[in-house]
Every structure is written in structure tokens, then in C-alpha cells.
Design a protein around this ligand. Sequence first.
Ligand SMILES: *Cc1c(COP(=O)(O)O)cnc(C)c1O
Length: 414
Amino acid sequence: MPTATSKATVSAKSHVASSGPSPAVMGTYARQDVVFERGEGSWLISTTGEKYLDFASGVAVNVLGHAHPHLVQALTAQAAMLWHTSNLYRVANQETLAERLCAATFADKVFFCNSGAEACEGAIKTARRYHHVCGHPERNRIITFKGAFHGRTLATIAAAGNEKYMEGFGPDMPGFDCLPFGDHDALTKAIGPATAAIMVEPIQGEGGIRTIPNQCLVGLRELCDKHGLLLILDEVQCGVGRTGRLFAHEWAGIKPDLMAIAKGIGGGFPVGAFLGTTEATKGMVPGTHGSTFGGNPLATAVGNAVLDVVLEPGFLDAVQRKALYLKQALARVHDENPGLVEEVRGAGLLMGVRINAKVPAGDVVKACTAEKFLAVGAGDNVVRIIPPLNVSEAELAEAANRLGRALKSVAKVA
Ligand SMILES: *Cc1c(COP(=O)(O)O)cnc(C)c1O
């Protein structure tokens, strides 16, 4: 028996029955007051039995929706066999997933971790280490862009340079030059003898679905080649089929040197990774980097199962068709709500609806929830629309209806 304690025992189920979020969970999120009990495809069912159309997808994580039979099968079969061994030993599923990611991308090497922030940090470390082993340890600064999001660790908040996320967490991690988005002159001026790499999201997710035009990605590639810099792409949100290609940068016809991925690759199981060429990763020799959980048998079983579906012939073509359908549906919502919807933007099934500055996007997100439609707020007063990649056209049409009703209800109050 445990020794006496002044705190009452709390059973596993007791809290959810009461109303409001538990004060025992650190209050770092402004959560909506709904608890979900189960999911089926594009739908979530709350503990009160209500059905929500889920176009938040756990922030671009549930690429195959909820309870996809192939993922459930892969997870449960692996769970019955072996969960974790650590990276002291070879991990068969990890080797398979790495081989498949390399075969499908620019990369020759993959390091597995558990989240997007870790993947970004790993890519940053790898870029610095590259110049170190090339005999240029002074080349350790990374150029990044305003509005970026690379995670919440000390390095990744400094990389993105968002004051809101850095306040009170100083001293700020040095080594980042965060430049205005889309300012070519500022970029060429910022490159100096200490620059190691440029790190960028092909489509800024948290920043409000701001897309880097293909010709600018090509330009970044050329600048990196000219100055001997590594190009690091953060495809944590826009990767794994989200834009209708396996990775967003493929549309521009370029290859990065390093790339961070996470979110979609685990379909809801925490998996992150950074990928690189043999050259860019040549400093990452035994002992230089590690992760206890990274790429464990359970995580990589699910990662492989996600790739089974996403790489199936025709799957990404279907995403492109659905993307066109969604774009047209959102264009109609835009037309029907002039003055409230300023712009519809994005690519594939990663879309943003920019709301007029007089109405906070968060109000629209709440109105969507009231219509049993889940969307996600983003920077620049944008509502993100991020359905699962296996969504149906009927669900896309229904989403546009619900978003339209939510906008009407907000317009009435505004
Ligand atoms: C979500 C996100 C991250 C951070 O991922 P975590 O798993 O929350 O650490 C990094 N970069 C981008 C582009 C993201 O969208």
C-alpha cells in the first residue's frame, strides 16, 4: 500500500464526467471544451455522442483519418510482438522504413525521432556538424524566415523567431538569422561567411498557410549551391502526401540537402525523422546524435503502414483530385461570404481561409465547432482546413456547407 497522502485517489475514469478541463493538466493550451471518445475515418465522436467532421486531423497528423483498418492492424500486430528495444540493437521495421523513405525521396539517410521539433533540431545539428567536419566550424548560423514554425524547443523557437513563443524563455539560443518572408534582398544580404544553411517550410503551416512559390524554392536551391550552404526543408506539416505529392518540394523540382518530417508519417502515432543526403549527413557518425525512443519497432511499424497506403499507386493522384474539389468548394464559400473571407490559399489538402481582420479567425474556428466541423486556427488570421488524405468528396462538400454556416453565424454577430 502507498503511504498516506492528503490527496484523494483519482480513478482512471473519474474526471471526464465533470465539466471543464482538469486543473491537473498544465494550462499551456486554450482547449475547446469537448472530449472525443472514438474516431471513424473523417469523423470524431464525442463522449456526449455527437459526431464531428474532423478537418483538423490532429493538426495534419491523421493523414488516413481515424481508426484506419490497415494502421490498426499494423499497430496491434506489432504491439503483440515487440514494442521497444532501444537503438542499442538493429531495428528491422526502422531499417525498412528508412529504406522506403530513401527510395521515395532525395535522401540517402534517415534518423528517427519522435516529434517535429526534434526532427528540426536534428537537421540543424546535422547542418552545423557538416560544416564542422568540412573544416569550417565558424559556419554555424542558419537563415530562417518570419512566420515560420519549427517546434517549441529552445533551438526551434529561436529558429522561428516568434517573440510570442520566446518571451520569458531567454536567454535566446544564438545562431539564427530570421529574415522577413519573401524579401529577396534581405536574404542575399544576410548570407555571410558564418552562414551554414537556409531552413524553410515550403508552405508555412502555423504561419497561416503561406506558400513559397516554386520559382522561389528553385532560387533558394541556387543560392545554397552558390554559397555552399545546406538547404533544410521543414516538411513536418506539408509533407507525407498533404499537397498531392509525397513531399511539397517535389512540385518545384528541387532537392533539399536535409528535410525534417513528423506529423503525417505516423498517422497519429508519434514519429519524427530527419532525412539527408550522404554528403550533408557525413558528420553524423556513431555517438554524435541519439534518441531513446526514436524509430522503435512500434512507431516504425505504423510508419511503414502509413507508407503502404500513401505510396499505393493512385493514392496521391486521388489526393490531387480531392484537392481540386476542395479548392472549388472553398472558392464558392469565399464568393458567398465577401467581406468576411479575404482569401483562400494553400495547396493540396492544406488550405487556409483568411478572415477579415475585423473578426478573429479563432471566432470562426469556434463557430465551426458549433457546426460540428473541426478546423484549426493559424497565423495571419487564417482558418486551416486540413482533412485526412482519404477524405471523400461528399465529406469535402459537407465541410464547405458547415464552414459556410459557421461564417454566416459569425457574420451575424460581427
Ligand atoms: C508541428 C510542426 C513542427 C513541430 O512539431 P512537434 O511535433 O509539435 O514538435 C515543426 N515544424 C512544422 C512545420 C510544424 O508544422
